[in-house]
Design a protein around this ligand. Structure first.
Ligand code: PLP
Length: 356
């Protein structure tokens, strides 16, 4: 036995969430986005449950190589392409699809000596202003790619900055349509938000990430409550200490919580060094022995405190869900001023993980 904290990765939930993506975008093929070690779930742990996807999209070549070594033979997309020209050797060897977003990459690809052509995603900047060719350059780049011996198929890719709002994609879609006029090539535009809420963006390939893990692209669980998605990660622990406070007693560093009267509190084996957000305020939702209650005081490195008033039966050893099927990661994140994405990606290496 070790410290009671544990993360559980639910394979059934991952499988279910991919099926929900299929239902939302029945005509499109789906890249399962597994960057950042499958959003903190662990790439090696998560991908077998997502292997009904048409391909995996990620960032590092190391993660791509891991997928190949573990037996994935289908498409793998490097969302940001190669960071150094030398990586083209591995892209060639492992038969990866690379995104191209800059002139230097175009030149490096043209100059490389490859065993066989590689498939390319031409990335266009449609207004997010992160990566991608300017719209008025896309036609020229596309023509160039088409006639390069090193290039197999070319797919046009763009990414939305505001697909979680109803009118967030009108302008970028206009820019995309205009830039792609006369270009007959497959397209990949939709992240999770666009996959769920903007079917006109689905085209040939969608690129969902966060919904596969059962959290909301908008940061609000209510927005996906009716979508049939299930949280793929549970973070659980136990009560390891109990204190009975009198009026005026403080809790934790800085005594940010002070009891107004007699109050039982529980100390949970979970802190910011486990990935729980230190910015969580008093009252951040938590489940103790089956009852919803809230955190109290400042989150410490290894511990946090919870109010035991709603669960007088709880004591040392009582189970605690920090997030999971009952306490939505989106709700914890919202309380702490962030999004579910950040919390799941920040699950700390010291937390033991099991799959179910
Ligand atoms: C991360 C990422 C996605 C997935 O985004 P979600 O909001 O998690 O669905 C899709 N496309 C690109 C280019 C990305 O970087």
């Amino acid at each position: 036995m070790t410290r009671p904290i544990q993360a559980i990765i639910h394979h059934d939930a991952l499988r279910n969430n991919l099926r929900q993506v299929r239902t939302a975008a029945p005509q499109a093929r789906a890249w399962a986005v597994v960057k950042a070690s499958a959003y903190g779930h662990g790439l090696a742990r998560a991908w077998p449950a997502l292997c009904d996807a048409d391909g995996f999209a990620l960032l590092n070549i190391e993660e791509a190589v891991l997928l190949r070594e573990q037996g994935w033979k289908g498409p793998i997309l490097l969302l940001e392409g190669f960071f150094y020209a030398e990586e083209l050797k591995l892209i060639d060897e492992y038969r990866l699809t690379t995104s191209i977003h800059s002139n230097w990459q175009l030149k490096a690809l043209a100059d490389a000596r490859l065993k066989a052509p590689v498939d390319v995603y031409l990335k266009m900047n449609s207004g997010m202003n992160r990566l991608g060719f300017a719209p008025d350059r896309v036609h020229t780049v596309w023509q160039r790619l088409r006639y390069l011996g090193n290039v197999g198929t070319v797919t046009l890719m763009s990414h939305f900055a505001n697909a979680d709002s109803p009118d967030g994609i009108a302008r970028p879609l206009q820019v995309i349509e205009q830039a792609l006029e006369g270009i007959d090539a497959p397209r990949s535009l939709a992240n999770s938000a666009a996959t769920l809420w903007h079917p006109e963006t689905h085209h040939q390939w969608v690129r969902p990430g966060i919904v596969l893990y059962g959290a909301s692209p908008s940061g609000r669980w209510q927005d996906i409550a009716g979508c049939g998605l299930q949280p793929a990660m549970t973070l659980k622990s136990e009560i390891i200490g109990v204190q009975t406070l009198k009026a005026g007693d403080g809790v934790g560093y800085g005594s940010r919580w002070r009891a107004r009267g007699e109050q039982r509190i529980g100390i949970v084996a979970c802190g910011y060094a486990d990935g729980y957000p230190r910015t969580a305020p008093n009252g951040t939702p938590v489940l103790v022995d089956g009852s919803r209650t809230g955190t109290l005081g400042m989150v410490s490195m290894d511990m946090l405190a919870v109010d035991l008033t709603p669960c007088p039966q709880a004591g040392i050893g009582s189970p605690v869900e920090l997030w999971g099927s009952q306490i939505k990661i989106d709700d914890v994140a919202a309380a702490a001023g962030t999004i579910g994405y950040e919390l799941m990606c920040a699950l700390a290496p010291r937390v033991p993980v099991v799959t179910e």
